[in-house]
Design a binder for this molecule. Structure first.
Ligand code: HEC
Ligand SMILES: [Cu+2]
Length: 340
């Protein structure tokens, strides 16, 4: 009966665990791998978990057997036989860990070479996509140098191909992490790190900055968007296309964008500036500033007072823009759609 009472105490805790398992977002987990690297990480996690579970079970089983079998029985006052050392036992418990560690070492070491291999994809050769990533407080810049354009916050890659990321940091240390695709690698000012990732299926994979980098670190989110090769090529062509002069309806909005100096920090087309995220395909963004739903209310709130939404970020506030200018500006930003 007492046991039941104790068990009940764990009910809230287990309910909580049950509820929490539903937390989190799709594709923001290393436990549901979507690429060869994350698959490798996951398999190794399981392998070490199984080995640890096996060791725990065996050790505790022996422990309890010995507790039960050799406990002092009533009336037994004799001192047990005293022993010192047992060569057979000692060899056994030295050899077993060596075997277990060897089992772990083989995939770990071969995997290190696999992860460090940032040579081009053998199948696509010189068409291997290579992207220069720069971490900024608190946004991500993605330069497609070969292709001649830059993108902000969202990085597009072809499915089923090895993509090479060249990692830089502009200001402080950040860490580039896409849990569903692979491990994290730091971006460090003055140092170039390399990482390759591959998505084995099309989809949107959320990424996070994984190194505390300032007040808005937790909001430094980005997305990897994996498309089939043809769709990816179409996206690239769209990003490379000449930016057309705005139509008459959008000319006012474009003027507001220029007069307020937005253009000085935000590239639209081409390589542009690195002071703020490129807005070339802003209409395709699901979120503003990495985390706010991309609707007109949030967009206006962001332009008027970015600090209140993302502490410590580097975009100035524009409270002075009139309502009619704001409407025109938002209309213009909404037209920045490369799939037009
Ligand atoms: C001094 C440079 C600077 C100026 C000028 C500037 N911005 Fe920004 N902007 C930034 C930075 C930096 C960010 C990224 C903030 C962050 O997420 O940390 C940003 C983010 C944005 C975003 C969100 C983009 C995304 O997808 O995450 C929008 C939209 C935007 N700015 C619009 C504007 C508009 C409109 C103007 C002019 C009224 C403007 N900006 C002027 C630097 C600037
Ligand atoms: Cu960061």
């Amino acid at each position: 009966m007492k046991l039941w009472k104790t068990a009940w105490r764990f009910l809230p805790l287990s309910l909580l665990a049950f509820v929490l398992t539903a937390c989190g977002e799709t594709n923001l987990t290393a436990l549901d791998p979507k690429g060869p690297q994350s698959q490798w990480l996951f398999d190794n996690m399981l392998l070490s978990l199984y080995i640890m579970a096996l060791v725990t079970i065996v050790v505790f089983a022996i422990f309890f057997i010995i507790l039960a079998k050799y406990r002092r029985s009533p009336g037994d006052d004799e001192i047990p036989k005293q022993v010192h050392g047992n060569t057979a036992l000692e060899i056994t418990w030295t050899v077993i860990p060596i075997i277990l560690l060897t089992i772990l070492a083989v995939p770990t070491i071969t995997g290190q070479f696999m992860l460090a291999d940032t040579e081009p994809d053998p199948e696509v050769g010189e068409n291997t996509v290579s992207i220069k990533v720069t971490g900024h407080q608190f946004w991500w810049q993605f330069d497609y140098e070969e292709e001649g354009f830059t993108a902000g916050q969202e990085v597009y890659i072809p499915v089923g191909e090895k993509v090479i990321f060249e990692l830089h940091a502009q200001d402080v240390q950040h860490s580039f992490w896409v849990p569903a695709l692979g491990g994290k690698v730091d971006t460090i000012p003055g140092i170039t790190n390399h990482l390759w990732l591959e998505a084995s299926e099309p989809g949107v994979f959320k990424g996070k900055c994984a190194e505390l980098c300032g007040p808005a670190h937790a909001l430094m989110d980005f997305k990897v968007i994996a498309l089939e090769r043809e769709e990816y090529d179409a996206w690239v062509a769209g990003m490379q296309a000449e930016v057309e002069a705005p139509t008459e309806a959008l000319a006012d909005g474009r003027a507001v964008f220029e007069e307020n100096g937005c253009i000085g920090c935000h590239a639209i087309g081409g390589m542009g500036t690195a002071a703020g995220p490129a807005l070339s395909n802003f209409a395709n963004r699901e979120v503003v500033a990495g985390y706010l739903e991309n609707n007109d209310t949030n967009l206006e709130a962001w332009i008027r007072d970015p600090e209140s939404l993302k502490q410590g970020n580097n975009m100035p506030a524009f409270p002075q823009i009139s309502d009619s200018d704001m409407e025109a500006l938002i209309g213009y930003l909404r037209s920045l759609d490369i799939k037009n």
